[in-house]
Design a protein around this ligand. Structure first.
Ligand SMILES: NC(=O)C1=CN([C@@H]2O[C@H](COP(=O)(O)OP(=O)(O)OC[C@H]3O[C@@H](n4cnc5c(N)ncnc54)[C@H](OP(=O)(O)O)[C@@H]3O)[C@@H](O)[C@H]2O)C=CC1
Ligand SMILES: CC(C)(CO)C(=O)C(=O)O
Length: 297
């Protein structure tokens, strides 16, 4: 029996926990901040339910084979008590978060050789604690090597496509390039399609081009087609659509992953001498728009 603990069963954690719990070979527990009784996820394949073990305090936790961290990136340090209780000498820890800093955010909490950074492309939203809608099938990318491959194997009996990649870091930057433009609907609080104009296109393109340039300076491959597809997706974003989790967080008055998703482009741009004026401006504006003590920036 493989034991798996998921810290933070929100939109992503709850979806992954429900899928993994369908496998009788896995002993799945979830570590919650807000209590839940069970999980119900509307997936593209239909509704799946599960009743994993629910842990409400680190004192209830024991070391497991796998810890999956699915909190927001700004909650990294808040997971420390869970990590302390859940990790033993053999435990591996997967960091399933947006951005490109999964390892550096957790390197002071877990030995780096046991950390597995994960790129996930899976749109999900939470309607209530333990109640989630997964709107498309998911894709997971991890680094090549034993830990990454063992992690990907956990998903073989799910509808989530998980694969290890020799050039994993490029996967992170490709995802960030397509994701960084979500800062626009997070600021305007509406879809970009209905208000598209040459000026809007220039802003969206600049955000994506800056991210791709910084990613390439970091040594990764971000094809120009990713920038073009990103612009096209924003051009065709429909009235009423939510531009991803950062837009949803602003609508809900939650802290936002501004630093992990756009601030990082500005910071690493500075390191490489690449100007990132579009990201810098929108980071400043979005951080200023959040409730100060909850901005998460
Ligand atoms: N949602 C999406 O479609 C996608 C999200 N991502 C990324 O995945 C990551 C997770 O996002 P998402 O699932 O949307 O986020 P959510 O806000 O839905 O879930 C985060 C979860 O972490 C919990 N949490 C926070 N701090 C702690 C703590 N100290 N102990 C235990 N639980 C804690 C929250 O608790 P509580 O229940 O109290 O809020 C919540 O359940 C982010 O990096 C996001 O960018 C990536 C792809 C798609
Ligand atoms: C756009 C999406 C859903 C892609 O997985 C995402 O990463 C997010 O909303 O944070």
């Amino acid at each position: 029996m493989i034991s798996i603990a998921i810290v933070g069963p929100g939109a992503i954690g709850g979806t992954l926990a429900a899928w993994l719990a369908q496998n009788a070979a896995f002993d799945v527990s979830v570590c919650v901040r807000t209590p839940i009784t069970d999980l119900e996820v509307e997936t593209p394949q239909g509704v799946i339910t599960s009743t994993p073990k629910i842990l409400t305090a680190p004192s209830q936790a024991r070391p497991v084979d796998w810890v999956l961290i699915t909190t927001k990136a700004y909650s990294a340090d808040a997971t420390a008590p869970w990590l302390k209780a859940l990790t033993g000498p053999e435990t591996r820890v997967a960091i399933i978060q947006n951005g490109v800093e999964q390892v550096s955010l957790f390197a002071h909490l877990v030995p780096v050789d046991r950390l597995v950074p994960v790129m996930i492309n899976l749109p999900a939203s939470r309607s209530a604690p333990g109640r989630i809608v997964q709107s498309r099938n998911g894709i997971i990318a991890v680094p090549a090597g034993h830990n990454g491959e063992t992690f990907a194997d956990l998903f073989t009996q799910t509808e989530i496509e998980a694969a290890a990649h020799a050039d994993f870091v490029s996967q992170l930057w490709v995802k960030l390039t397509s994701n960084c433009v979500a800062i626009v609907p997070a600021l305007t609080l509406r879809a970009t399609g209905p208000v598209w104009s040459d000026d809007m296109e220039a802003i969206v393109r600049a955000l994506a081009e800056e991210c791709a340039a910084v990613g390439r300076a970091e040594g990764t491959e971000v094809p120009q087609s990713v920038v073009e597809d990103t612009v096209e997706n924003m051009r065709t974003m429909k009235e009423g659509a939510i531009g991803g989790s950062i837009h949803a967080d602003r609508l809900a008055g939650n802290p936002m992953e501004i630093e992990a998703r756009n601030g990082v482009i500005v910071r690493l741009g500075e390191k490489h001498g690449i100007a990132t004026p579009a990201n810098r401006m929108l980071v400043t504006l979005l951080a200023a728009s959040g409730t100060p003590w909850r901005s998460g920036a």
